[in-house]
Design a protein around this ligand. Structure first.
Ligand SMILES: *Cc1c(COP(=O)(O)O)cnc(C)c1O
Length: 371
């Protein structure tokens, strides 16, 4: 019987291994390992890819988010104590970056069909204390619409993007990460563009913010040993940048493969007990970082899949407002978040899944019967 792991990183990276090895060797032989030409090149490549003027390589996705909010405070665009909207169905980093900077997360609910920020909840939660919103392009799909835009503009909110899961997605020709004032990217190995260790980036179209973030990521240094602000050390190292410089040109192909698998699932999975994810109105606006279905009897379903050799996961089993770390928020009600939280299951979807595995996953799911 087939064994299908949720994700096999060594397989994903094997097709690039010769190029990467060569490129890393060059970097090792250069003798320059931090703040060098690889990072600079990657920043240029990433900015161009996103059709934006500025990109800054960082240590990881969380640090990227953290630095954006820190820099918004330094530039006076936000002040400590301001409230920031963030969806509760996300990875905890989205909220932590807000809390870490003395800002107050204001958790909003999601839609039950696409898992993105719910506009009614946004209207509800946008008091006059709210000054910014962190839109999360969850599971790889762009979280943006005319309705959200109108609400956001009416309240004059600063828009920041958590683009850890959606690199390469685009809506009306605009890349995810180029919608708001600044955006955070993660190159955690399992992301659509994965490094071989931790890595991240920030993109922005704002020159002042770019300069502050760039300094803030490197000890607040405008020049070496000149420190104008209280900075951090959040640099992307040369080896990771070298890996990413090799992989970025292949990202569109990887995302295209993901889309074709999502399409096969959408056309092939027919089971009344299984609700498939809603397709986006624009195909390109989704890069399918995750394929998340909903099923009533989740434990049963996962056990069934497991018995048939298919590994599944849950993203995420506990909404952020229900976490111990966010105890103060445990009693708020975000009804859609809490409803889908017991039903969501992520099934394998990555650029290495072959046709046979996809067909096997589909037929296994079609044979599933709820007990
Ligand atoms: C992965 C992820 C992050 C954090 O990125 P790291 O590189 O792991 O720090 C933040 N937000 C979301 C939505 C993520 O999926």
């Amino acid at each position: 019987m087939n064994k299908i792991p949720f994700l096999e990183l060594k397989e994903i990276n094997s097709k690039y291994i010769d190029d990467i090895t060569q490129h890393c060797e060059k970097t090792i032989r250069s003798g320059w390992y931090v703040n060098g030409t690889q990072k600079k090149q990657f920043e240029e490549n990433l900015a161009r890819y996103n059709k934006l003027p500025y990109a800054i390589g960082t240590s990881n996705g969380y640090d990227s988010l953290r630095l954006i909010f820190k820099s918004l405070i330094i530039t006076g665009k936000l002040k400590i104590g301001d409230h920031v909207i963030v969806p509760s169905n996300s990875f905890v980093a989205s909220a932590l970056a807000i809390s870490e900077n003395g800002l107050i997360p204001e958790f909003v609910d999601i839609n039950k069909d696409d898992f993105l920020i719910c506009k009614n909840s946004l209207i509800d939660k946008t008091t006059n204390k709210v000054k910014a919103i962190l839109i999360v392009h969850l599971y790889g799909q762009i979280c943006w619409s005319n309705e959200l835009k109108q609400i956001i503009e009416r309240h004059n909110l600063i828009v920041i993007e958590d683009n850890a899961q959606a690199i390469g997605a685009e809506l009306n020709g605009v890349k995810s990460g180029a919608i708001g004032l600044a955006s955070a990217f993660s190159f955690y190995p399992g992301k659509n563009l994965g490094a071989m260790g931790d890595g991240g980036a920030i993109c922005t179209k704002d020159l002042e913010l770019y300069q502050i973030i760039k300094a803030a990521s490197n000890y607040g240094a405008s020049n070496k040993y000149t420190h104008d602000i209280l900075g951090d050390n959040c640099r992307l190292d040369e080896i990771q940048a070298a890996v990413l410089n090799i992989k970025l040109p292949h990202l569109n192909d990887e995302n295209t493969k993901r889309r074709s698998i999502a399409k096969k699932y959408d056309e092939g999975i027919r089971n009344e007990s299984i609700q498939l994810p809603k397709l986006p109105s624009q195909q390109l606006s989704h890069v399918w970082h995750l394929y998340v279905i909903q099923v009533e009897n989740r434990n049963d379903f996962q056990e069934y899949m497991n018995l048939n050799g298919i590994e599944t996961m849950i993203h995420y089993p506990i909404p952020i407002h229900k976490q111990q770390a966010y105890k103060k928020y445990n009693d708020i009600n975000l009804i859609n978040c809490e409803t889908v939280q017991c039903k969501i299951v992520s099934i394998p979807l990555n650029s290495c899944l072959d046709h046979q595995s996809v067909e096997y996953i589909i037929s296994t799911m079609n044979k599933y019967q709820i007990n």
